[in-house]
Ligand binder design. Structure first.
Ligand code: SF4
Ligand code: SF4
Length: 447
């Protein structure tokens, strides 16, 4: 069937399925085949244009088409194709919430994973500039920051104009972007997250009542209070909670760079130990949706034959999905003591695409006195996209609709499942900082 015949049936009726990423096949790395596939998919997108407002990748594509001689994809120089790829930060929204042509539709369109393939090609052929390699290595940067003196110096550099000029010059970080500070002490040195004696675990639905927290690089080195809040809330609700002692990144930033070999190395650093913990009865929860998505979706699609990856996937939960299961079983305490006030809540893209439903909203709605506005739009932060010199302005443009609503609401708190997104939005709205929703829960408990 030709594409135009298939196009008479708009979209598929069946539930979307995601194909494994065949990154070890010869076809994946064949340059001609990649460019043929880019042309095929760009042509479908040009005829559809539903995703124009999602990010800068689609407007870049449509501008290239509209400004070409033919005003069709065949008029766009192949050398310009990567401009589109460079604007994709793999948020997955176009696949999960917009595209009617995803498999099992015969057009078999998976825009984010095609972008990933193109990024992987580019990385294998050209590598990446030093600043991108550094920015995509948050665990290495974080470990460096734990050295005495380094943490104070790094934070001081971050706060001065001269320091920001230096960051711009060396790491291409835009001088106006908000850059997270390094925490002192880092997470694993804090008493609040040390192991406690085991209690009796109570299962509820798919949750087993014992949680190992994959704290994330951001939680280890930049924002440990987010993890402390999560541990406190979980323990308050009788969930035995420990923090995984490994400090290697989940691999998402390397994936966004197209460095799939580095993703594999990080997988090997984390997964065997996490899989062993699952065997010992632990569920895995991470406070950042990108890391959750890495364990739930991306690693299983990159390594479909790896049984340990599958084991970790089956035991990994979003933190509010976990609490929601406990709430359904009447195991969540609702002895909240303080009002939450006006809350602007942004649903992080990487949580939205997990298809778990609005679990954060459901739990936040239990808080007394909450006046919540929910924003189901991208924050524009998206990994390093929001801080890089070349992309910061696009990221602020993507954030603008939500920022305007936050200002109008005069919100007391800006929260997002992704605290980097919350910070980015709060920064745009001229507020001091964003918060993780778990912080609101802990504050309301007064614990
Ligand atoms: S995955 Fe996200 S950033 Fe990439 S093209 Fe789709 S919507 Fe845009
Ligand atoms: S990804 Fe799908 S929905 Fe988005 S523009 Fe392309 S064809 Fe349309």
């Amino acid at each position: 069937m030709s594409q135009s015949d298939a196009g008479r049936r708009e979209g598929g009726l069946e539930a979307p399925t995601r194909h494994p990423i065949e990154w070890r096949s010869e076809e994946f790395w064949d340059e001609h085949k990649l460019y043929d596939e880019l042309e095929r998919v760009y042509d479908i997108c040009h005829g559809c244009r539903r995703c124009v407002s999602l990010c800068q990748a689609f407007p870049t594509l449509f501008d290239l088409v509209d400004e070409s001689d033919t005003m069709e994809v065949d008029g766009v120089a192949k050398g310009d194709y990567m401009q589109v790829v460079d604007h994709c930060y793999l948020c997955d929204l176009c696949y999960q919430v917009k595209c009617p042509y995803v498999p099992p539709h015969e057009w078999n369109l998976d825009f984010p994973h095609l972008m990933l393939r193109a990024k992987a090609h580019k990385f294998r052929q050209q590598g990446a500039p030093m600043h991108q390699k550094v920015l995509s290595s948050p665990s290495s940067m974080g470990r460096l920051s734990t050295l005495p003196v380094v943490v104070q110096t790094a934070n001081k550099v971050n706060r001065t104009k001269a320091g920001r000029a230096l960051l711009d010059k060396t790491l291409h970080i835009h001088p106006e972007a908000r850059v997270p500070e390094f925490a002192n002490p880092p997470l694993l040195k804090r008493r609040s997250v040390q192991d406690q004696p085991a209690g009796e675990a109570t299962a509820a639905g798919p949750t087993r009542g014992k949680v190992l927290v994959f704290a994330t690089c951001y939680g280890h080195y930049n924002h440990p209070t987010m993890v402390e809040d999560m541990v406190a809330v979980y323990r308050h609700n009788g969930i035995e909670t420990r923090v995984y002692r490994g400090t290697q990144c989940c691999g998402m930033p390397k994936m966004e760079l197209g460095d799939l070999d580095a993703v594999e190395k990080l997988k090997q650093a984390n997964i065997p130990e996490l899989a062993a913990a699952v065997d010992q009865g632990w569920d895995i929860v991470t406070p950042i949706p990108s890391c959750t998505l890495m364990f739930k979706q991306e690693l299983p699609l990159l390594f479909p034959e790896d049984e340990q990856v599958a084991k970790v996937r089956s035991a990994t939960f979003d933190p509010f999905e976990y609490l929601s299961h406990r709430h359904k079983a009447e195991l969540l305490k609702t002895d909240f003591k303080t009002d939450a006030g006006k809350v602007a809540y942004q649903v992080a893209c990487h949580q939205r695409v997990q298809n778990i439903g609005p679990k954060t909203r459901e739990i936040l709605n239990l808080l007394p006195g909450i006046e919540m506005q929910v924003h189901e739009r991208c924050s524009g932060h998206d990994g390093t996209y929001g801080v890089r010199r070349e992309t910061h302005k696009h990221s602020m443009k993507i954030a603008r609709p939500v920022v305007n609503k936050i200002k109008k609401q005069e919100a007391d708190h800006v929260v997002s499942d992704c605290p980097l997104a919350a910070d980015h939005l709060a920064h745009g709205a001229g507020m001091s900082g964003g918060e993780h929703p778990m912080t609101l829960i802990r504050t309301a408990y007064g614990i």
